[in-house]
Design a protein around this ligand. Structure first.
Ligand SMILES: Nc1ncnc2c1ncn2[C@@H]1O[C@H](COP(=O)(O)OP(=O)(O)O)[C@@H](O)[C@H]1O
Ligand SMILES: [Mg+2]
Length: 332
């Protein structure tokens, strides 16, 4: 595994004027504001000329007036919410460097189904699934869900393919649980992902530059894998590193390969589970993960001795395009 790269610069002036893009209009606005305020504070504490910008329209307006040199994107969410490639496309068009994945990686990983298709094509493990399309001829969403259950067997998860927040995620253990998912499907306009439920532990792996950070094991207080326990209750434990020895090396290697296969770069977080029978299974990638006081990427970075301020600084460093020099020169 690669060593942790040290910071390349020490002068805050190299970054110029930085927009910390936060808030926006997605369902994850409040989390994003929390993350954004932390990032802003950290960058300013290191002497960087950083400023808060709330949402994409305000950013574009400021950029047209050439008021920023680069963007630290900490918006969370889809539909122009900042994590789905739309913002990245606009910034590419304006020639403004930004943190996180580019257009392709951002757009691809916002779509869980197509991310899984890419992983499978590279031989990377992800739970078996069925895509429930919209307007597929000859089948209502309810019928499609029942057909998929026949193919996948119980238990399964049903979730929207392209929602960033946890909206519309159903765990279906048996026939009785189908009605709620069918009712949701009848009103939901997007594609649904139905996948076999992983029975085992849940992990997440932060990615930072070219390295995978130590894994974090997410342990809900209840004995059973209760999804709500993880999001609603506050007694979930986060263990870092989540594994040891060869297992830890394997999960980090898998997460990094999954991140790269999905055309992601810069930084992000890969969710992985470990099925008792099948071993590691990739769940999803987040390209602008949380940076709140409870967030997991900062927790994993701390394990490597990288504090929050240093983490923000180094994520911002990924926006500095090094001159295309021959290798010998670049190493100087
Ligand atoms: N196939 C699965 N098997 C078991 N648990 C799952 C599965 N898919 C999702 N989950 C649970 O649901 C949570 C949310 O699913 P995820 O795909 O990460 O969507 P979100 O975008 O809402 O984070 C996961 O963190 C995990 O606890
Ligand atoms: Mg997730």
């Amino acid at each position: 595994m690669s060593a942790v790269p040290s910071a390349r610069h020490s002068d805050p002036a190299v970054f110029g004027r930085v927009a910390v893009l936060m808030g926006g209009t997605s369902a994850e606005r409040e989390v994003s504001l929390d993350s954004g305020r932390n990032v802003l504070e950290a960058l300013r504490a290191r002497g960087i000329d950083a400023h808060a910008v709330d949402g994409i329209p305000a950013l574009i307006e400021a950029l047209v007036g050439k008021r920023f040199d680069r963007v630290f994107n900490i918006l969370h969410g889809n539909r122009g919410g900042g994590e789905d490639g739309v913002l990245q496309g606009a910034l590419e068009a304006l020639g403004v460097p930004y943190t996180g994945s580019g257009v392709l990686g951002s757009a691809l990983t916002m779509d869980k189904i197509r991310t899984k298709q890419v992983w499978l094509s590279e031989g990377l493990p992800t739970p078996k699934f069925v895509r429930i399309g919209r307007g597929d001829p000859g089948s209502s969403p309810g019928q499609a869900i029942r057909d998929a259950v026949r193919e996948l067997g119980f238990p399964v998860f049903v979730k929207p393919s392209s929602e960033g927040s946890s909206v519309g995620v159903f765990r279906i253990l048996a026939e009785d649980d189908l009605a709620a998912a069918e009712a949701f499907a009848a009103t939901y306009a997007g594609e649904l992902l139905m996948e076999q439920m992983v029975q085992g532990e849940e992990f997440t792996v932060g990615i930072f530059g070219d390295i995978a950070l130590p894994s974090i094991r997410i342990v809900p207080a209840g004995e059973w894998y209760d999804y709500h326990a993880k999001y609603v209750a506050d007694d979930t434990q986060y263990l870092c590193p989540g594994l040891d020895g060869d297992d830890e090396a394997a999960i980090r290697d898998l997460a990094l390969r999954a991140f790269r296969a999905a055309a992601c770069s810069g930084w992000g977080r890969v969710d992985v589970m470990r099925d008792r029978r099948l071993g590691f299974q990739l769940i999803e990638v987040n390209t602008a993960p949380g940076m709140t006081s409870h967030s997991l990427v900062p927790k994993a970075a701390r394990q490597l001795g990288i504090d929050f301020e240093a983490l923000c600084w180094r994520i911002l460093e990924t926006t500095l395009v090094e001159a295309a020099l021959p290798r010998e020169d670049a190493a100087r």
